[in-house]
Design a protein around this ligand. Structure first.
Ligand code: SF4
Length: 340
């Protein structure tokens, strides 16, 4: 297990793609790291996609790449993403990679590099989001936009203030709901940001045993709960995410105790909704991640393959659904629970 940290990474190098430095976000970030060596590059992919990079080693000392995103800015939902029943569900990727190091994370197999890529042209993303609102299929529902998909955006908010900018954007729009999913305890970075009904903060919560075993570098459960309580007190919409429920020895006992304690610790009647999922990963990402020799048991178990996605057996998956539903139903009405 690695200990949780209060992250403020000290980038030794910042790579800057041609054209990125003119954006206010890039200027702001560069100012925060006066000691970092600036390296100018023609295209972020020349650094990020280089072959032969050591992902695990890079994770220990990440560098930052500032880049300019080219279209597309939004992506349709995938088989792996939870849409919580919303029909107009899309996601976006203002930041690639994550300060945290969850051992079950698909990023380990998705990208050739563990370095962070921050796209500085935020207005292009906002324009794409505005267009997607207008073009959404079901006009009776908002556009639901996950902005923290390939990363944990709130975890890096004190170095790259994406969340604040997206919240400000969403607050000026109608028919949009942005979801910021996080394991961060850094709620303080949003303390001066006004809550808005168009923003949903989703906290991923796990038993402390699971955090220690698999969610490396993330804050412990008590600090995440503290952040949840603070967010509720301020009036934010808060979603609880139990995803993935990990099948560890005596998982029912561990998760049962965890949920009982959790619902004692927070005002559950103020929670917006809850989502539940199990470990799942695209087969190719899984194989690439396993080749990188992660030292956890996740990559050495038997899984079932369904439409290119590896996951736990259908039988155990059903057991998880039944167990979690039974526990959550004690606190949430059925329409507020989304179980995968
Ligand atoms: S917080 Fe999310 S994106 Fe970051 S490493 Fe963990 S699972 Fe991956």
């Amino acid at each position: 297990m690695k200990s949780a940290q209060n992250f403020l990474p000290d980038f030794s190098h910042i790579y800057i793609e041609d054209g990125a430095e003119k954006y206010p976000l890039a200027k702001d970030i560069i100012k925060r790291f006066p000691k970092a060596e600036k390296i100018y590059i023609p295209d972020y992919k020349t650094v990020f996609n280089r072959s032969g990079q050591d992902f695990i080693q890079q994770k220990k000392s990440m560098n930052l790449i500032l880049a300019v995103k080219k279209p597309p800015f939004l992506y349709e939902s995938t088989d792996i993403l939870q849409d919580a029943g919303f029909e107009n569900f899309v996601y976006t990727t203002p930041l690639l990679n994550c300060l945290y190091n969850c051992q079950y994370c698909f990023l380990q197999g998705m990208y050739p590099s563990a370095n962070l890529v921050a796209f500085a042209n935020e207005d292009d993303f906002f324009k794409a989001a505005r267009n997607a609102v207008l073009q959404r299929k079901n006009k009776n529902q908002p556009l639901v936009l996950s902005i923290s998909y390939n990363t944990d955006l709130l975890a890096s908010e004190n170095i790259i203030p994406f969340c604040r900018h997206w919240i400000e954007f969403a607050s000026t729009q109608s028919d949009i709901l942005i979801e910021i999913r996080t394991k961060s305890a850094l709620f303080n970075v949003l303390k001066n940001v006004k809550p808005h009904k168009n923003v949903l903060l989703g906290w991923t919560l796990s038993p402390q045993e699971v955090i220690e075993k698999y969610e490396w570098d993330t804050p412990p459960l008590d600090r995440r709960l503290n952040a949840v309580r603070q967010a509720l007190e301020k009036g934010w919409k808060v979603r609880l995410c139990f995803d993935p429920v990990m099948i560890i020895p005596q998982w029912q006992k561990v998760y049962g105790r965890f949920l009982d304690e959790l619902f004692e610790a927070i005002p559950v009647d103020q929670i917006y909704d809850a989502v539940v999922g199990v470990f799942r990963m695209n087969k190719d990402f899984f194989q690439r991640a396993r080749k990188r020799e992660p030292k956890v048991d996740i990559y050495y178990k038997d899984y079932e393959l369904n439409k290119s996605v590896l996951s736990i057996s259908e039988k155990v998956h059903e057991e998880v659904k039944t167990f979690m539903l039974e526990k959550l139903e004690q606190h949430f009405s059925l329409d507020l629970i989304d179980i995968w």
